[in-house]
Design a protein around this ligand. Structure first.
Ligand SMILES: *Cc1c(COP(=O)(O)O)cnc(C)c1O
Length: 398
């Protein structure tokens, strides 16, 4: 049955993904089921999206209620879910102005536009520069791709937006070397996700923040993957005592409904994008914002951050042990429930074997196994995952 659907999919969809050979049907908590009824423990949560787990009734009810009321209005009018969602995101982030988008890439686009406009209003010049990090990932649209530090993703689509310079994460001198009088923004992921799970160090972030303050450069933090509780604080930067001028969020913001946002301080909000500068038809529509609003409520009532702290630390300890046990595992990295195992072998085979054994994992690059489970997982789920993972690791031939 599955094979036939996969053939149909390959006949109809553009071939931009090498998909795993499974057709998923439904989910419950931290488990997914394929159309043949096979059960999978999910340690990928749809790439860090489904933080609250599958089939959370209170989340589903918020959507069902909104569907029957009003799904879409456009941004020419006000709607209550958008007001509430914006207020809750403001409170959780300490940022002042919110713009809702439909995806992470669009949130990055908006952040870049805001930064350029801020600089333009200061000096009227049209040649401002942005500093981004090597090995970063910010999305697939042209603006987001232009600041993505992976030449493979960019090459065939050149020219990019231009005036982007790259530095190394956690190497402050490499950032300094790229700063010019034209620099308007520095963009980075507080914890690099796709690039292999590399957290920014506190020292690096503080130095970049100080540099930005000194030169009136805007610090843009991409919290699309590492934000929304994934590292144990609502946003990863909150752990470091630095605050961005602009922040991008998405993925777990809507826990499954396509929605993102960029948020900024009042200082940037009052001196950048204004009426007519930016827009979106769907962004912040009542259905998406009903999801966002309920997500924030559930993060509090289900004590998600506490769970991430506790289970995240346990997961970290378990993964550390593997570094000692297996010669081909080089390092365990990450924070909270955003972790990676760096290997000296390609990890595709391990991930495929895990899938056969009922465990969903994903990679971050070709040599890192990534662990980004729903944020509701328990220690027992970690133990279950470790059992299957060990079986797969034992089968690795080196
Ligand atoms: C996923 C991701 C994006 C892009 O988000 P989309 O919703 O896929 O456009 C951008 N930045 C980071 C850090 C991401 O993980």
């Amino acid at each position: 049955m599955m094979k036939q659907y996969i053939e149909e999919a390959e006949a109809a969809l553009l071939h931009t993904y090498n998909r795993y050979q499974v057709v998923l049907d439904k989910g419950d908590g931290v488990y997914l089921y394929d159309i043949e009824g096979k059960k999978y423990l999910d340690f990928a949560s749809g790439i860090g999206v489904f933080a609250l787990g599958y089939h959370n009734e209170m989340y589903n009810d918020a959507l069902k209620g909104q569907i029957d009321k009003l799904i879409h209005t456009s941004n020419y009018y006000y709607n209550i879910p958008a007001i509430e969602a914006a207020q809750k995101l403001k409170k959780a982030s300490g940022m002042d102005r919110i713009f809702f988008t439909n995806s992470g890439a669009e949130a990055v686009e908006g952040a870049l536009k805001a930064a350029r406009k801020y600089a333009y209003l200061k000096d009227g010049c049209k040649d401002h520069e942005i500093i981004a990090m090597e090995h970063s990932f910010h999305g697939r649209t042209f603006g987001a791709l232009s600041v993505t530090g992976n030449p493979h993703y960019r090459e065939a689509f050149e020219p990019m937006i231009g005036n982007v310079r790259f530095a190394e994460l956690n190497d402050f001198d490499s950032v300094l070397a790229q700063v010019t009088d034209k620099t308007c923004a520095i963009i980075l992921e507080t914890v690099q996700g796709e690039g292999g799970i590399y957290p920014a160090t506190e020292d690096f972030l503080k130095k970049v923040r100080a540099l930005c303050d000194e030169r009136d450069i805007l610090l843009i933090l991409d919290e699309i993957q590492c934000g929304m509780g994934r590292t144990g604080t609502m946003f990863a930067w909150q752990r470091y005592g630095v605050k961005p001028d602009i922040m991008a969020t998405a993925k777990a913001l809507g826990c499954g409904i396509p929605v993102g946002a960029f948020a900024m301080t009042e200082r940037v909000g009052s001196r950048s994008l204004t009426s007519g500068d930016h827009g979106t038809t769907y962004g912040g529509n009542p259905l998406a914002c009903a999801a966002v609003s309920r997500v924030f409520d559930l993060f509090e009532s289900e004590r998600i951050l506490e769970n991430v702290d506790q289970v995240g630390e346990y997961l970290g300890t378990c993964l550390e042990k593997l570094v000692e046990e297996y010669t081909f595992i080089e390092a365990a990295r990450g924070v909270g429930l955003m972790r990676g195992l760096a290997c000296s072998v390609l990890v595709g085979g391990i991930i495929n074997r895990a899938l056969e054994k009922g465990l969903i994992l994903i990679n971050a690059g070709t040599q890192v196994i990534r662990f980004i489970p729903p944020l509701i997982i328990s220690r027992q789920n970690v133990d279950e995952m470790m059992g299957i993972l060990r079986e797969c690791l034992d089968e690795v031939e080196i």
